[in-house]
Write a protein that binds this ligand. Structure first.
Ligand code: PHE
Length: 434
């Protein structure tokens, strides 16, 4: 007899799990620095429009697809129409490719956490980061450690593993986030930081800002790769998809804004520019932490925040792969987890060597790590999101009806789904490829 499909035991568990997936490195380091580059408060306004109108719609569609068809992305697309199965395969492949590089960053976070907890004395974080990322043994060891942590919860299943992890981690995450905001607001640059974030200067509005805001919203919501289909597939029948999507967007945005309220006061207090990418989190910030009051508290809590953010996203990525093996290929959950583990362990090896041994190994002029990041963020995710909109808008009307039935606002969103949003994503794909 087939086992009954698991369901989230409560609405709160589902919200914790989806917020856990959405809240990741994107909220804590990417959002503040993109906001910094794009003029502060005006960007926030553009971002709110993009996330609540443009990205909310495919998010609703993915959750509704999962809720209706109750299966992994491959089977969901197959059930809609066997012709769409390749899109399911795309949702199978994208999370695997993302995990192959995301866990390397997760490994660095674990390593930093270790340094700060053990109070190791590092004076020059630039040199430290260089050595860590170029050291093949250390880099891969910590990648594997992070992978084990992301794998263990899906191994134990939805209720005994994933739900338990998120129900503990997310409240802790919230408390730590608020604690750091309070510390940051006591710094000398707090007022300037807040003004930068919340006092819009409309002369700074540029067309480029819309694309940056959309890219950020897409990345942070984890859409376009079947994660929300998978998490939606464990939903109970009576849950309102549209309300859930907006609840998720609310919390995800709140975390990003609170992260900004930590970073900008630090930046304005110390006069150091937030440099982009890995450097901000692994070089500039640790360097700055040592200059702050309660520096070791700040550093440990900050890296715990990053770790919690990254691990709950990792769990959702891992679960999406496992669910494809379980629902489509009919593996048992424990075997599916081990197989996923082995695949990621293999694919993440070259990514963990991309900053050392394999730094000269290039695919289309990019290291293996950068190549995976590029094809997933610039091609697979926007393409996957575009296809979700086209399928829900034109081929599976029941999906749009499930989420948007009968309300005026729902009809407005259906209009956006069919006529506006696909065009926006086609534009994103074209410009993103340049
Ligand atoms: N949403 C995560 C973040 O904001 C990133 C992520 C993307 C996680 C895709 C899983 C899948 O960092």
């Amino acid at each position: 007899m087939e086992n009954k499909r698991p369901e989230w035991t409560s609405y709160l568990s589902f919200i914790f799990a989806t917020v856990g997936s959405a809240v990741g490195l994107g909220n804590i380091w990417r959002f503040p620095y993109i906001m910094g580059e794009n003029g502060g408060a005006v960007f926030l306004i553009v971002y709110l429009v993009m996330i609540s109108l443009v990205c909310a719609v495919p998010l609703c569609m993915e959750l509704a697809m999962g809720k209706i068809y109750k299966s992994c992305p491959i089977s969901v697309y197959e059930k809609i129409n066997p012709k769409f199965k390749p899109l399911g395969y795309l949702c199978f492949i994208t999370p695997i490719l993302i995990q192959a590089f995301y866990y390397v960053v997760g490994g660095w976070i674990l390593n930093y956490l270790w340094i700060f907890i053990t109070n190791s004395s590092v004076n020059d974080f630039s040199a430290y980061f260089q050595t860590l990322s170029a050291n093949p043994f250390l880099s891969y060891l910590f990648t594997l450690l992070f992978l084990i942590m992301a794998a263990i919860f899906p191994y134990f299943g939805i209720n005994k593993g994933i739900e338990k992890a998120n129900n503990i981690i997310m409240p802790l995450f919230g408390i730590m986030l608020i604690a750091l905001v309070i510390c940051a607001l006591n710094l000398s640059g707090a007022k300037e930081g807040l003004l930068f974030m919340f006092h819009p200067d409309f002369t700074k509005l540029t067309p480029k800002m819309f694309l940056a805001a959309l890219g950020q919203a897409l990345f942070t919501l984890s859409i376009g790769m079947g994660i929300m289909i998978t998490y939606g597939s464990y939903l109970k029948k009576d849950v309102d998809v549209k309300k859930s999507a907006y609840t998720l967007i609310f919390f995800d945005t709140l975390v990003a804004v609170l992260a900004g309220m930590i970073i900008f006061p630090i930046v304005f207090s110390t006069g150091i520019e937030p440099t982009s990418g890995a450097k901000l989190v692994f070089i500039s910030l640790p360097q700055i932490f040592s200059m702050l009051p309660f520096s070791s508290f700040f550093a440990v809590v900050f890296f715990f925040l990053l770790f919690f953010a990254a691990i709950t996203s990792g769990i959702s990525l891992f679960e999406t792969s496992v669910s494809c093996f379980v629902d489509y290929y009919k593996f048992k959950r424990n075997k599916a987890s081990v197989l996923t583990f082995l695949i990621i362990a293999l694919l993440s090896l070259p990514a963990s060597l991309s900053f050392g041994l394999l730094s000269d190994f290039k695919i289309f002029d990019k290291t293996y790590f950068d190549f995976l990041d590029y094809i997933t963020s610039n091609m697979f995710m926007p393409f996957g999101t575009l296809m979700v909109c086209i399928i829900a808008g034109y081929f599976a009307k029941n999906v749009a009806d499930e989420a948007f039935s009968n309300s005026k606002y729902g009809r407005f969103l259906t209009f956006l789904l069919k006529y506006v949003i696909p065009l926006i994503f086609i534009y994103v794909l074209i410009t993103g490829l340049n």
